[in-house]
Ligand binder design. Sequence first.
Ligand code: ADP
Ligand code: MN
Ligand code: MN
Ligand code: MN
Length: 332
Amino acid sequence: MAFKAEYIWIDGTEPTHLLRSKTKVVPNGTTDFPIWGFDGSSTNQAPGANSDCVLRPVYSCKDPIRGADNMLVMCEVLLPDMTPHPTNTRAACAEVAEKFAAEEPWFGIEQEYTLFESDGKQPLGFPEGGFPGPQGPYYCGVGADLIFGREVSETHATACIEAGIEIAGTNAEVMPGQWEFQVGPVGALEVSDQLWVSRWLLHRIAEEYSVVVSIDPKPVSGDWNGAGAHTNYSTKAMRESYQPIINACEALSKNVQEHIRNYGAGNEKRLTGLHETQRIDEFNYGVSDRGASVRIPWQVEVDQKGYLEDRRPASNMDPYLVTRLIIQTTCG
Ligand code: ADP
Ligand code: MN
Ligand code: MN
Ligand code: MN
């Protein structure tokens, strides 16, 4: 007998890469998933005349959609000579994670997203051709007049638990139809592999409900919160005392532009200084400050140890880029 392994990878679409996947039937008992290939000319990853790209499995988990023995297999993309493809941001993340392994960096990422009707235009909970009541009652709300798409969030969280993904929680967000889940805290590669697979599961589950997931950082313009991917970060030293947290904030303040360039496309529409954000062209950090670029949670100041929250990454950010940069800037 055999089972299905769903090979998942990140494509070359700009400015925000899309997830792709295809199914490989493998013999029962397979745990060492083989290398596979795909047509890179159909994913913006190769010219038609030289189209082969390589999929190398890097992380696998149970497939909660198909159940039974079926598996999900996250892959990195290689060129035919087995070097990393230009779109492969994981390889550099793996190098940095290994280099600074002694610091024991942990990440917890808050993934915000917005659900749309199947047309991809009408946000869930928005009346046709108009707007719902202003923000206020939706965040962590309850009731059919305030909450739209809870079945997607619920089904997704259960699926992540069944897969063995380190999902930490979920909540309804500030705009109707907007939700969040968190993954972590775990290491840079673990959080990134798992966040990509959990994003794939989210799109896949939303399919079943004929709704569309957007990770656009400003899915509705105007007086509506954008969508971010707050990145919570600590090293062993930060988990033991306070001064290393301040040192990390200071290091981040000295490398602002490189971080912003790699924190997601369209983030300038979200980081305006309004809606619980700092402006994209300013940097500050502060305790409890949700208008800061980097927040030190209130409890962390009380305990004099813990972690920091980089609030700048957009919902469409690539966690391989973001976690690598945070480690490099604060440990390098
Ligand atoms: P908030 O919405 O108040 O900003 P959340 O509860 O949504 O916060 O997310 C905080 C995340 O911080 C948790 O999901 C967890 O993954 C992460 N976290 C907790 N402790 C640490 C730590 N020591 N290092 C890194 N991340 C952490
Ligand atoms: Mn949160
Ligand atoms: Mn949030
Ligand atoms: Mn947050």
